[in-house]
Write a protein that binds this ligand. Structure first.
Ligand SMILES: NC(=O)c1ccc[n+]([C@@H]2O[C@H](COP(=O)([O-])OP(=O)(O)OC[C@H]3O[C@@H](n4cnc5c(N)ncnc54)[C@H](O)[C@@H]3O)[C@@H](O)[C@H]2O)c1
Length: 323
């Protein structure tokens, strides 16, 4: 079955393409390469194009018989979304509407969407369940929640079946070492720490050490990018089996503090990692850990990289190969 992977040249999308190939699907990538990389897409599977190009989207759907669309293309930097909200609403909302309109015209009714834990804002209770209040605290989170609402409305109006997958922190790299995280600038914790371990960055700054957590630093849930991709296949299969639209957290259900992540990186790399302390960032919750119960019980998801050390090992292998 042919699957359109929008944003498939990016970090998570490129791992999804590998997973789809492993599972016998026929993925085709649409990507404008604004933050993604042509080298991350297997030969012959990349169509360079932009979601802003509505005619291009219509031609794409007219020319292929897609069984489903998986949508990874968006801007992802929370801080930038605060200073440049229109850039985020334009790409993450307006361009996604272009995609959904083209799907409606093209008669494609299955959609897997990269949502985010940012839709919860600062959660009242942790681990966070899918029914927790939705209170995003920045334009990035708002943009994702808006699309979740759009998807529900399209479900009622024209039968769109969608999976909203709320990722916690994606991390790690493909075990082959061929693809991994390559954002510029890098805003995610583990690659930033590993850059410091490699000497490509002087120091890693911890934003706040006075949170109400055992060591004072923020606690987050890290999920390996291949485990994230396998969860997408389970969600896609549920849509293909006619089980209806769904919303699910994608996380391991285990939290690690920033200090703990740095320690694991020191252990895995055997390198010195200089650390400094900076002020808190506004809107950073002390704890953000998923309840992974729904993913495990309803979809039978089993992570291959449940512990942080194995996640960091794959990221380190990827980094060493790059530099
Ligand atoms: N990385 C994480 O930890 C994380 C956490 C929560 C949610 N997400 C979501 O997962 C998705 C993928 O994240 P990622 O880390 O792989 O990001 P990424 O920047 O590596 O990948 C996004 C891809 O989309 C492409 N793209 C962007 N705008 C486009 C457009 N208008 N037309 C065509 N292609 C376009 C980019 O070129 C890139 O290849 C995003 O939607 C993000 O919000 C990621």
């Amino acid at each position: 079955m042919k699957i359109l992977v929008v944003g498939g040249a990016g970090y998570i999308g490129s791992h999804m393409v590998r997973e789809l190939l492993d599972k016998g699907f026929d993925p085709l990538v649409l990507d404008n390469l604004s933050t993604g990389h042509a080298w991350a897409v297997p030969e012959g599977r990349l169509i360079e194009g932009d979601l802003a190009d509505r005619d291009g989207l219509d031609r794409l759907f007219a020319g292929h018989d897609f069984g489903a669309v998986m949508h990874f293309a968006s801007f992802i930097q929370v801080g930038e979304s605060v200073t440049a909200p229109l850039k985020y609403y334009q790409n993450n909302v307006a361009n996604t509407l272009n995609l959904l309109s083209a799907m409606e015209r093209g008669g494609v009714k299955r959609f897997v969407f990269s949502s985010t834990a940012a839709v919860y804002g600062t959660p009242e209770t942790v681990p966070v369940v899918e029914t927790a209040p939705l209170r995003p605290e920045n334009p990035y989170g708002h943009s994702k929640l808006m699309i979740e609402q759009v998807l529900a409305d399209c479900g009622h109006a024209w039968g769109l079946q969608s999976a909203c997958l709320r990722y916690f922190n994606a991390a790690g790299a493909h075990p082959s070492g061929e693809i991994g995280e390559a954002h510029d600038p890098e805003s995610h914790l583990i690659p930033i720490i590993l850059q410091a371990a490699l000497g490509r960055r002087d120091v890693i700054t911890i934003n706040g050490e006075d949170y109400d957590t055992p060591d004072g630093t923020c606690i987050r849930d890290y999920i390996h990018v291949c485990d994230l991709a396998s969860a997408h296949t389970l969600a896609l299969q549920a849509l293909l089996d006619g089980k209806g639209s769904l919303t699910c957290n994608l996380g391991n259900g285990t939290g690690y503090s920033i200090r703990e992540v740095i320690e694991v990186c020191r252990k895995v790399t055997g390198r010195t990692i200089p650390v400094a302390t900076g002020p808190r960032r506004p809107g950073d919750p002390a704890r953000l850990v998923a309840s992974a119960g729904k993913l495990v019980t309803e979809f039978g998801w089993k992570p291959q990289y449940a512990d942080l050390e194995s996640i960091v090992e794959t990221a380190w292998r990827w980094m060493m190969r790059q530099f």
